[in-house]
Design a protein. Structure first.
Length: 455
């Protein structure tokens, strides 16, 4: 990559608004990192407002030996949008056009549209966009597509890839491709390749997603246990019964304690684990009865059932407060998100509880229990060399355990910088070589988000 000072004047002249180019990076630290602790400094930032701005930026970087690191809202937890040396950060946060086609139950949006804004716009037509990551109030649709995000409702409704029906994207050579509903020809489903590629293959500039009729509200159930294995077993029993709930969230005792310190909730004192469940509206009576029976059979210590939306919202604060609570408690933290087959979920949560008990670190787990996706947070108080070395060791143990249980390195956070050195634990050499060859074909010079996913 070029190390000489770059003249950005030609790029500014090509942008819709020359002021969209930022070369004075004072007070622009927010663009140096995502929600992880990893950081880097770009040479410049482009706040793109259109696809032509994206093309101009890619063309300029290709001609001047710079890399392009695309960025949405920066809520990612894998270091996926952290700047690399000699790069331009290409932010799509100002690309916010949004159209709802209620007749065809679909939305067409720019990558910078906030997930909640899409949900609010769809709700005016009695429609919804089911994927709802915990950061839905600030994460962007483009970022969600780049990471193939899931969310609290993924067990019933699926994840982002299940709703993307078309993409427009700019390749490393500056050309634009169209997939799905944007391209009426019968061709490869190329958007399946781009979803989850973390900005390493193309920069997405337009997204079409399928919407569904807004489902009726179900019953919210908060259950506490004095043994995490009993909570995980309850999840496995619910899945085995054939019930498909709208939401199945798990918090171990340490995570529940963090949330409870932030905002007190009845029934959480001394809980070893809790479940937050939401039945479907269509079957709430039968599902509520069956869930209560299973919880009691697994020796729950507290059970609260709410049908009133306002009262239920108070219960969901337990889950929504968690990230804020952890930020207040720990000086340094790393969040991992492994996933295992649901039958192995009880083993995984017991393993995390044992890790927490034996380690000098504080370690807790929470996540989307319905699909076996557990978010495990490793917390250090002083960032001593011993703590930092132990954190890396404990993280590797967790990832190895997930693979041993037939699971995966990441449920929804992506690989980015955080997990690239562990890919070989899950994928064999032939698979890794094939993925690298796809990257080389679409981006032969390593222009787009280099160093992410692959070392």
């Amino acid at each position: 990559m070029n190390t000489e000072p770059t003249d950005f004047g030609p790029l500014a002249a090509q942008l819709t608004n020359p002021a969209s180019l930022i070369t004075n990076l004072t007070d622009r630290d927010d663009y140096f990192h995502d929600a992880t602790e990893a950081s880097g400094q770009p040479q410049a930032i482009v706040l793109a407002k259109s696809e032509t701005d994206v093309i101009a930026t890619i063309d300029f970087c290709r001609e001047n030996g710079l890399a392009v690191v695309a960025r949405g809202a920066g809520t990612g937890l894998s270091g996926g949008c952290v700047p690399v040396e000699n790069c331009i950060v290409l932010s799509t946060e100002r690309m916010i056009d949004l159209e709802i086609d209620s007749a065809r139950k679909r939305a067409t949006c720019d990558p910078g549209v906030i997930t909640k804004d899409l949900l609010d716009a769809a709700s005016k037509h009695s429609l919804t966009f089911p994927p709802d990551p915990a950061s839905f109030e600030e994460s962007t649709i483009g970022g969600n597509v780049a990471e193939n995000a899931g969310g609290l409702r993924c067990k019933r409704f699926g994840v982002i890839k299940d709703y993307v029906i078309g993409l427009r994207a700019v390749l490393a050579d500056g050309s634009v491709i169209e997939t799905g509903v944007f391209n009426q020809s019968a061709t490869f489903a190329l958007h399946d390749l781009l979803i989850g590629s973390e900005g390493t293959l193309a920069i997405i500039t337009k997204i079409a997603v399928q919407l569904i009729p807004t489902p009726s509200l179900g019953t919210t159930i908060l259950v506490a246990f004095d043994n995490p294995k009993n909570a995980a077993q309850t999840v496995a029993d619910i899945v085995r019964s054939g019930m498909i709930l709208t939401v199945m969230e798990y918090l171990d005792g340490d995570a529940a304690d963090c949330s409870n310190q932030y905002e007190k909730t009845e029934g959480l004192d001394r809980a070893a684990a809790i479940l937050l469940l939401e039945t479907t509206g269509e079957e709430k009576a039968t599902q509520t009865t069956a869930i209560k029976k299973l919880c009691l059979a697994n020796n729950c210590t507290y059970l609260r059932i709410e049908s009133d939306p306002a009262a239920a919202e108070h219960l969901w604060a337990v889950r929504r407060n968690l990230s804020l609570a952890i930020k207040e408690i720990a000086d340094y933290r790393i969040s991992e998100d492994v996933a295992v087959p649901i039958s192995r979920f009880p083993i995984l949560v017991s393993y995390v509880a044992d890790l927490n008990h034996a380690s000098m670190l504080r370690i807790n787990g929470f996540g989307h229990a319905g699909d076996g996706n557990l978010h495990v947070t490793f917390m250090a108080q002083h960032r001593t060399p011993d703590e930092m070395g132990l954190m890396k060791t404990e993280i590797r143990k967790l990832l190895e355990k997930a693979i041993q249980l037939g699971g995966t390195l990441t449920g929804e956070h992506g690989i980015g910088l955080a997990k690239r050195e562990y890919l070989h634990l899950e994928f064999d050499r032939a698979t890794l070589d094939l993925m690298k060859s796809v990257k080389l074909t679409l981006d032969p010079t390593g222009l787009l988000n280099p160093g992410k996913i692959f070392s």
